[in-house]
Write a protein that binds this ligand. Structure first.
Ligand code: EPZ
Length: 417
């Protein structure tokens, strides 16, 4: 296993190019199952999760050729409709094959993903929606066995705006008979890109990006061709890297409209953020003000930025409160930050952070994807050396992060553990 070593205390300066969005590339890869023929995706990030998705698609029978960030996917010879536990347990987004397989082949056998470090993360809302479209769902031996003669449009109201649930139902409804209305749908930029890609394939969708999405099913779809949008969470992570090291970074690919909540909180904390031609420039300040945040669905403050923002608040001059409302166990980074000298108390779904100027480097352990990023940020801002182990978590969602940070002046490298 690898670890990342950081000698902190350096202000980061320069510019960084953000890679394609993991949470857009994954549903787009699975959307190719909806159509025969050759699809093409560009700006696909080089991540472990993408490799897992490619492995799953190949197990289903897709032929995939990847040249750098450009993927050609041919789904003419799909020979299986089963997503096995071995793959689904390593990446829960594999459940996004349910909608496309049901819509095109009328059946799917997908392992239930099981829990993960940040929460139980059930898929009950996905299954309820697919049943509303006429699918027969059985849960047996840890698998979802789904069949449908022909999906029929329906009105579906989500109990909560689930990102994956909205994506699965968007893809299923695209080929259902008649109209589907998704109410209380997720509004993330990745949902908008998926809908736009489906429309370019011939789907009839209106309202993506709002809470109500209308889909008129069509008989068949054409292959997709699209360029993955930049990763707003990677961008946000580098924006915080500038703020936490009092640096000055142009984050190429950062999109203002996708970052409003983070921009507002970083500005409140004392950073200066300027929109430039193809990105956002973030100028950090040595003095950081404490800021309270409460995570929420888009366009609220993203849960995927909570751990990174907490690292920033460990340096603020005062006390801040961070409430996590989306997942039930997303404070795994707290114990590790405490090992680095952070003063954090957990109170139910909130963490109270008393900022300090003597965070010290320490050996720490990554527990999940965004917690890993939070430890890297804390290491960048701490004096002496931090070693982050189990960084396979990090490699799931950040492409070459240590190389990008080193190019900004950080003293950071990867070592065999
Ligand atoms: C997506 O996960 C992202 N993953 C997550 O990013 C992100 O944190 C999450 O959305 C929220 O923004 C991908 O896009 C691949 P949800 P998803 O369904 O779709 C509950 C990262 O770091 N829920 O919106 O699984 C669920 O338990 C990852 O890149 C149900 O109860 O998120 C959770 O508490 C981590 N029943 C909440 O809703 C359901 O059927 C949000 O889940 C579905 C969800």
């Amino acid at each position: 296993m690898d670890k990342i070593v950081i000698k902190g205390g350096v202000s980061l300066n320069g510019e960084v190019q953000i890679s394609g969005a993991k949470n857009s590339a994954l549903p787009l890869l699975f959307a190719t199952l909806l159509a025969k023929g050759q699809s093409e995706l560009s700006n696909v990030p080089a991540l472990r999760d993408i490799n897992t998705a490619v492995k799953l698609l190949r197990e289903l029978g897709a032929e995939i050729d990847a040249q750098a960030d450009c993927y050609q996917i041919n789904t003419d010879k799909i020979k299986s409709v089963e997503a096995p536990y071995e793959l689904v347990k390593t990446m829960r987004a594999s459940v996004l094959v349910l909608g496309p397989l049901l819509a095109r082949f009328g059946q799917a056998r997908v392992s239930l993903p099981g829990g993960c470090a940040i929460g139980a993360r059930p898929i009950n809302l996905h299954l309820k929606g697919l049943e509303a479209l006429g699918a027969k769902i059985k849960l047996e031996h840890g698998y979802v066995e789904a069949t449908a003669e022909k999906l029929r449009g329906a009105k579906i109201s989500f109990d909560l705006p689930t990102v994956g649930g909205t994506e699965n139902l968007l893809m299923a409804a695209a080929l259902a008979d008649g109209e589907t209305v998704l109410e209380n749908a997720a509004r993330e930029p990745e949902i908008v890109q998926l809908a736009e890609a489906l429309i370019s394939m011939g789907a009839n969708i209106e309202g993506a990006g709002t809470a109500i999405i209308q889909i008129q099913g069509v008989a068949s779809l054409n292959p997709l061709r699209c360029r993955v949008i930049p990763d707003r969470i990677e961008a946000g992570t580098f924006m915080i890297a500038a703020a936490i090291t009092a640096g000055n970074i142009l984050v190429r690919g950062a999109v203002r409209e996708d970052q409003e909540a983070l921009i507002s909180k970083l500005t409140e904390a004392g950073a200066v953020i300027q929109a430039e031609v193809d990105g956002l420039r973030v100028i950090g300040s040595k003095k950081l003000a404490p800021v309270d945040i409460r995570t929420s669905v888009f366009p609220g403050f993203p849960t995927d930025m909570q751990a990174q923002f907490m690292a920033l608040m460990t340096k603020a001059e005062g006390t801040s409160r961070i409430s996590e409302t989306v997942f039930e166990n997303r404070f795994m980074h707290v114990c590790e930050l405490q090992r680095m000298g952070a003063d954090i108390q957990i109170d139910g779904h909130s963490a109270i952070i008393r900022g300090t100027d003597h965070m010290t480097g320490a050996p720490v352990m990554a527990t999940d994807l965004r917690a890993s990023a939070s430890l890297i940020l804390a290491g960048l801002a701490s004096g002496n050396t931090t070693e982050v182990s189990r960084i396979y978590h990090l490699d799931r969602g950040y492409e070459k992060i240590e190389e990008k940070l080193a190019a900004l002046g950080a003293n950071i490298w990867r070592e065999q553990e």
